[in-house]
Write a protein that binds this ligand. Structure first.
Ligand code: G1P
Length: 291
C-alpha cells in the first residue's frame, strides 16, 4: 500500500459568506485567534506526516504564498531584538523549501475541478484533501486518524463524516453506508446537496478525504452536478459505483466550520479557550454578555 505523502488544499473559493472581509482578504487568511485558518489545516496535515502540500489557489490569494515563506526583514528584526522564541516558532511553522506547490484554479468551476487542477503535482499515488474551512480539533489530528483508518482498508478511499446538524443536510455531501458499526464503514453511495428530506443518512462529508489517483480520470469528464459545479462527490460516487471501495470514517474530535460568520466566531472562542497563553477568555465572554 502506497504511503500518503501529498495533500491538496483547495483554497480558491471566493468566500462570499465572509464578505465584506473576503473581498480583499482570502478567507483562508482570516484569523482564528492569532493565526490564519490555513495555518491550522496545514499544521494538521504536517502532524500526520504529509510531505508535500499543494495549494489550489486563485485570484487574490497570493497572501498565502507570503505566509508560508521566509520574511527576511521580520526575521532580522526579531533576531536583533532577541525575540528568539517568537522567531523559532515562526520558522518551525514553515514548510521546508520545495515542500509546497501552488497551482491556480483559473475559473471557479467547483471542488471537483479544484482537486483536478492538482493532478500533475499529485501524479499516480493516493493523496489527502483537506478543505480549509474546517478546523478539526482532535488528538491525534483528523488527518492522522484518517490515514490510520486508510491503512486498515484494502487500499480504498476514505472520507471523514460526522452527524449533520438538524436541517442542514441539503448544504453538504451525505453518505450512505452498508452498515453503521464502529467508526469505519464501507460506503454504498453518496449524494451532493440532497433535496431536503431525501438524504440517505445523517452523516455528512466534513472536509477530509483520502483519494486514489483514478479520481482524476473521472474528473477529466468535467461533468457538472449540484449548483452547476464539477462536484468531487459525483466523481467519488462514479468510482464507487464502478467497484472502487470507499469508506466513511467518523473521526474522534470536534469540527469547526469556519465557512460562515457564526462558525468562524465559534472557532475563535473555542481555540482561544484552549490557549494557555491567553488568559481570561471565559471571564471576558461572561462580562460581555452582561453589558
Ligand atoms: C463541499 C463538499 C461537500 C462537503 C462540504 C463540507 O461543499 O462538496 O460534500 O460536505 O464541502 O464543508 P461546499 O462547502 O463547497 O458547498
Amino acid at each position: 500500500m502506497k504511503k500518503i505523502r501529498k495533500a491538496v488544499f483547495p483554497v480558491a473559493g471566493l468566500g462570499t459568506r465572509m464578505l465584506p472581509a473576503a473581498k480583499t482578504v482570502a478567507k483562508e487568511m482570516l484569523t482564528v485567534v492569532d493565526r490564519p485558518l490555513i495555518h491550522y489545516v496545514m499544521a494538521e496535515a504536517r502532524a500526520a506526516g504529509i510531505e508535500h502540500f499543494v495549494l489550489v489557489t486563485g485570484r487574490g490569494k497570493t497572501a498565502m504564498e507570503d505566509y508560508f515563506d521566509h520574511h527576511i526583514e521580520l526575521q532580522a528584526t526579531l533576531e536583533a531584538k532577541k525575540k528568539n522564541e517568537i522567531l523559532d516558532q515562526l520558522m518551525a511553522d514553515l514548510p521546508k523549501e520545495g515542500e509546497i506547490s501552488y497551482v491556480r484554479q483559473m475559473a471557479p468551476l467547483g471542488l471537483g475541478h479544484a482537486v483536478w487542477c492538482a493532478r500533475e503535482i499529485i501524479g499516480d499515488e493516493p493523496f489527502a484533501v483537506l478543505l480549509p474551512d474546517m478546523i478539526m480539533d482532535a488528538t491525534p489530528g483528523c488527518t492522522r486518524q484518517m490515514i490510520d483508518a486508510y491503512e486498515q482498508t484494502d487500499g480504498g478511499s476514505v472520507v471523514v463524516v460526522e452527524p449533520v446538524p438538524a436541517g442542514m443536510a441539503h448544504q453538504y455531501g451525505i453518505v450512505a453506508l452498508e452498515n453503521q458499526e464502529g467508526r469505519l464503514n464501507k460506503m454504498t453511495g453518496m449524494v451532493e446537496k440532497p433535496a431536503p428530506g431525501t438524504e440517505p443518512s445523517n452523516l455528512f462529508i466534513s472536509g477530509r478525504y483520502i483519494l486514489q489517483p483514478e479520481i482524476f480520470e473521472v474528473l477529466n469528464d468535467r461533468k457538472t452536478g449540484a449548483g452547476g459545479e464539477i462536484q468531487l462527490t459525483d466523481a467519488m460516487l462514479k468510482m464507487l459505483s464502478a467497484g472502487s471501495p470507499y469508506y466513511a470514517l467518523e473521526y474522534d474530535g470536534k469540527t469547526y466550520d469556519c465557512g460562515d460568520k457564526l462558525g468562524w466566531l465559534r472557532a475563535n472562542v473555542a481555540m482561544a479557550l484552549q490557549r494557555p497563553d491567553i488568559k481570561g477568555v471565559r471571564a471576558m465572554i461572561e462580562t460581555e454578555l452582561k453589558r
